[in-house]
Design a protein around this ligand. Sequence first.
Ligand code: FES
Length: 126
Amino acid sequence: MSWVRAGNQQDNAELSATKVVIGENRYGRPVEGLVVGPLASGEWVAYVNRCRHQPLPLDSRPGEALIDADRQELICAAHGARYRMRDGVCTAGPCPGEALVPLRLERRGNEVWVEPPTDAVLQSLR
Ligand code: FES
């Protein structure tokens, strides 16, 4: 799968997490990426939307906050794992030290694009 357009984001946009389908796992189920930005540094980051505790998307419970109140971490709705936005490392919860799978990201003007992971990574996801 080639690069996927994740949206048209303005430089002054509010911090947000945007989901985009980046492929299928070995069961033919869609795998999503989370594109997050702009961070305080102005950077954008992208991760596979899959918790390291259990194979669930971070937003498996609709209505729960995905971004913490301090806008520094992503929170898994299932059991509260907290991941630093800038590097995807879990700082608290049931899987400390584990990290979200990063995705390459490119800004093309105001558009944000993500590169899907390799087939081997996609196939390893449940
Ligand atoms: S599945 Fe994410 S914290 Fe348990």
